[in-house]
Design a binder for this molecule. Sequence first.
Ligand code: CDP
Length: 777
Amino acid sequence: GDLDDKLKPVEKKPGKQAHPRGTKRARDGSPVEETHAITKPKEPRGVEAGLKERQEKRIKSENTKSTPNPKPFGKGAQKGQKPNPLLEARKALPIWPHAQSIRAALKKNNVLVLTGETGSGKSTQVPQFLLSEPWCQKCIAVTQPRRMAAISLARRVAQEMSCPPPGRVPGAKVGYSVRFDNATGPHTRVKFLTEGMLLQEMVRDREMEEYSAIIVDEVHERSVNVDLILGFLKNLLSDLENGRLKKRKNPLKVVVMSATVDVGALVQFFGEGSKESEDTQQTLHSDVSSTLVGTQQNQDISTCYIEGRQYPVQTIYLPEPTQNWVESALIHIFQIHRKEPLPGDILVFLTGREKIEKLEKLVNEYAEGLEDSLPKLLVLPLFSALPQHAQQRIFMPTPHRTRKVILATNVAETSVTVPGVRYVIDCGKSKIKEYRNALGLESLLAKPISKSAADQRKGRAGREAPGKCYRLYTEDGYNGFADRTQPEILRCDLSHALLTMVAAGIGLRDVFSFPFLDPPPRGAIERAVALLHDIGAVTEEAEIANDALTMAKFPLTPALSRVLIEAATPERNCLEDVVDIVSALSTEDIFLNLANEERKKEDAEAARRGFYRRSGDHMTLLAAVQGYLEETSDRKAWCAKHFISHRAMQNVVKVRKQLLELCQRLSLVPNSSSSVDPPTANASPEEHTKRVLQCFARGFMRNIARLMPDGSYQTLVSKQTVAIHPSSVLYGRKTDYLLFTEFVFTNRAWVKGVSAPDVGALEEVMRKVVLGDGDGE
Ligand code: CDP
């Protein structure tokens, strides 16, 4: 197609119109660099520059002192065993010389706020520094916003400590715990876990007695969960201090770690008795840098700043904005590959899996036409849903005469350090969760990143040597970015957060005075209360319902937890099937996405037809999961035959097993000996489908839409127009009512996971919705 003209035609004449504006071609058809405005890397500003200088001096002087090494861990080291081969690499990390001061800071105070560039060694080293401290008798928790980082950090630290890899085996001192995957054992001392998992543990044991220290990592990402954790920890620390909770043998230590110099708000947050106005916080952002050098004490909070190693990175902007940044990225990859020497891998920041896979395909296609004299290109995608073994490839050394091209989401911004990168290509966007007020629904949207995110991305090019950062936007575009990414808590649905809070014993009325680093707007909290009311987590009298505690114990959204609870009632009695569907909804798509492969698409349609159900996607998922479970000989072949992702199905089975166990533990299994006559024992297939969909309607009562006379669909509660996503089995069909469990907003409001329940199935819920009982908006 068009792109052929732009990239491959080493011999062909360069097609004029085919080139995106502003990209000149060299004779060989490769784009040339001269067209881009070259900007000198920005000098660090004022305070920061001074700060940097001082820190450099300080680190130099610390480096020349003989640094007391962190004590070796485990008996082996003392017996004069061979030293760990990773020790040298650890010693070279910028954080190494700070080991002693970090320990001293925590000896003195219970809270340490630690900042340092990505890759300076915070996540891997700090837990190891603390492990042998006398106060550290129990486990250390390290939270991560992403499961991928939690798992790979646990593996790395286990290696560094010469321990068996994370798992339930006895002797595994390092473990991880992420949703639906718990690799911790009785001897785990360092536990990497996602923020959500720590919150669940907090709900179970708000005193966190299992832990000696809680390290809250990547705080700068400001996920809702991290904000909740900070609030809970602040409450817990003050309760311990004021004697409201029984005294612990050793105090609980809290380390808050961030990649950006943004400690002011954190220091004030933990330091002050109660939160004051937001203005005080704002001013502190700029002041605090002066107190950051080295380790200092401030209102019983220690702070520590680790200067990372950063080589200069040249920034290159586009002269004109582009809409087509995937193509622009493609052109830049080949431009770099042709002009820049090895070694020097390329890291491309894209918005999500879809764009990554699209670009991956394009790069591989065009790479086939590369002259033999050029090194090979090795394309590696990097996103959270990627399986472990594929993620591990990122960390492997680049093969001889090869250039790695890593196509990543913003996981590579601060969460994962990719070695070998000298060139960064930044599309300037990332997907962020946003609550769409009008729709009353949450969606993921590709939005411009912030300046601080753009600078983080750029920094990835200068970790090992001077580098270059190609920004697929203009300098004006950059100047128009917000300074920082807005915390998620200010723009997302709070019902899950609220459910967690009430389950952890915070009264509904006290939610408003919870110590939030950035308090969400009152309206957002009220909306969340209304939503919880809808699903029966909050009673008419604004009291917490018993079901709320059960719901909070599921690692699911409140709506899906509600669906499970409903399925376990004697009236519905369809828990196992609903668990199958919820498991499929909780993992990646089980049906392989063949949107770009027309020919395969037809074969796939034919192969999958047997699963398709007239009632829609939910019963279709059930049929596919059950088909998979019934297959006992060769499930992999079965998946291939039906164009179903084997990996996704394996995950479904894993999730299903855990959900079933959890249901059992929470006594959600309908009691067959109960006096209520189980009406579903011999239910007809129609009746059964009706009951399953009734469960979903109970959890998703705001997600019901009605067919309008003009053929469009409109949601009952918020009166918004929505369309059935092409991935749905109901795409193109007309039905009186729709019930959907997912919402995506791209060029229009799409709904996914769609079923077409009979009106009869919706009666009960519609009464609630239409009669105003659940209509909060
Ligand atoms: O937390 P921070 O970004 O400051 O650094 P880190 O995650 O502790 O990483 C320090 C170094 O450990 C990295 O530069 C990598 O060399 C190495 N590392 C690794 O090899 N594999 C991981 N999964 C994590 C870190």
